[in-house]
Design a protein around this ligand. Structure first.
Ligand code: HEC
Ligand code: HEC
Length: 282
């Protein structure tokens, strides 16, 4: 039994069981036989309680893993195609498309690996979603896309896809430090009737089973994620909401400062893994 189990709230101990049912936890992720994705790495220095970090991909069944290894099998890639169409579509009063300023989507290779990040002009930490909406309103004179809804998820899936195989590297110092610390506090705060923090599940008990689910470290290097459960793309903040609700707590809104801070912190826990969105998960 892992040591975390004894220190965790009783509510969780009742629903957990140890041991992994997954055979392929040591396999490597190579997409289309050519994009090599780092799915396990040494933990970044700021992580005190983990030595190694793992992508959520390593905890999935071999069938689910396989879906992500071939773009023709990955249901998330359909939405990337829709993102490409949107990328090339002129919208808004300025008569511009993303392409007219940025060229091909591949020009954005590496960008997704650095978000959330401090934006000097805006004077705030921005998620990729906020940056895209900034371009829509400020550059294009177009309407914002709703946070974590399909238009935005198609675009963030496209932006992730051109960064696959590139190392997550978000800055946590300088002007981003304050938000990062807020995110870290939220990560370790127990919430809800079950009195569970993110860390109770994803740090103390990863690799254990909770109900039928094999617990991962709750990394976000694979977002947006195509979930077999709801057959669509899912954004980071929507996933956070689901996890907080599972502790039977009130939760923050999608796009709220708390979730932006939490996203920055959780992304930084994965510094060293590679971007692999759109990923496929249960
Ligand atoms: C009129 C030109 C223009 C258009 C159209 C435009 N952008 Fe931008 N975009 C910019 C400029 C200028 C920046 C850098 C300044 C900033 O951060 O806002 C930028 C920055 C970005 C970045 C951040 C790059 C980085 O290195 O951090 C992303 C991502 C992005 N744009 C995506 C988009 C998307 C998606 C669209 C279409 C929905 C779009 N942009 C439309 C001008 C444009
Ligand atoms: C009661 C246990 C529990 C708590 C508490 C919990 N989660 Fe989760 N979380 C899960 C389960 C179960 C899954 C689905 C299996 C997996 O990927 O770990 C999951 C999945 C995730 C994923 C998706 C990982 C991937 O690879 O797609 C992220 C991200 C995540 N959680 C973040 C969080 C954050 C942040 C918190 C705190 C706000 C949190 N979770 C709290 C149980 C929990």
């Amino acid at each position: 039994m892992k040591k975390g189990l004894t220190t965790t709230a009783v509510g969780l101990a009742l629903i957990l069981s140890t041991g992994s049912a997954v055979a392929d936890q040591d396999s490597d992720l190579v997409i289309n036989g050519e994009i090599e994705v780092t799915v396990r790495a040494d933990a970044p220095a700021h992580l005190e309680n983990l030595d190694q970090i793992f992508s959520g991909w390593t905890f999935r069944s071999s069938e689910t893993q396989a879906l992500q290894m071939d773009d023709f099998e990955n249901p998330g890639m359909i939405f990337v195609d829709e993102g490409i169409t949107a990328w090339n579509t002129v919208e808004g009063e300025a008569g511009e498309s993303c392409a007219s300023c940025h060229g091909a989507p591949e020009e954005m290779a590496g960008v997704a690996a650095t978000y959330p990040k401090w934006d000097e002009a805006a004077g705030e930490v921005q998620t990729m979603t906020m940056q895209v909406n900034d371009c829509r309103t400020e550059q294009m004179g177009a309407e914002e896309w709703a946070y974590d809804k399909s238009d935005m998820l198609n675009m963030t899936a496209l932006l992730a896809s051109v960064s696959r195989g590139m190392s997550v590297d978000v800055a946590i110092d300088g002007p981003a430090a304050e938000m990062w610390e807020l995110g870290r506090d939220l990560y370790y705060t127990r919430t809800g009737q079950l009195e569970l923090s993110c860390a109770n599940c994803h740090e103390d008990n990863y690799d254990n089973n909770i109900r039928a689910d094999h617990l991962s470290q709750g990394m976000i290097n694979g977002f947006p994620t195509y979930r077999l459960k709801n057959a669509r793309l899912n954004g980071v903040h929507s996933r956070f909401r689901g996890c907080v609700r599972d502790t039977r707590a009130e939760t923050y809104a999608v796009g709220s400062p708390e979730f932006i801070a939490l996203e920055l912190y959780v992304m930084s826990r994965g510094n060293g893994l590679d971007i692999e969105g759109p990923s496929v998960r249960n």
